[in-house]
Design a protein around this ligand. Sequence first.
Ligand code: RB5
Length: 149
Amino acid sequence: MKEKIIIGSDHAGFPLKEKVKRWLEKEGYAVSDLGCFSAERCDYPDYAEKVAKKVAKSRNAIGMLFCGTGVGMSIAANKIRGIRAAVVYNEFTGRMAREHNNANIICLGARTTSFNKAKEAIKAFLNAEFQGGRHARRVKKIKELERDV
Ligand code: RB5
């Protein structure tokens, strides 16, 4: 069964989110869009929080966040316990984000990444599998960083 995909953006990421959403739905994915719903200026941490909290609670959903660069969204989403959000921008980074980092959210920049490159990155991510082994040890160490300091 195809994974459920939870998406969100700020105003800068909105145009790319809309294109990606239409494309993913055509590909048969169930997409849940948590906003924003227009190109009116808004704050990316609000949408990073909504998507990251849903993904953290869900068993098998993955998230996609869109802003100008993907960077702000990834910084914000990674504050939520259980989230591994990665900025991706091509086939290789999309594949590695899953195979090595077991990312549960990918972040894309609408001002840095074309729709075609975004599709390549997303396809690679969706078709890849976490490789486990030494990568599982490293991902476990990331998890351990979530303990209170
Ligand atoms: C909005 O202008 C822009 O700062 C935001 O979309 C994002 O790129 C932040 O990382």
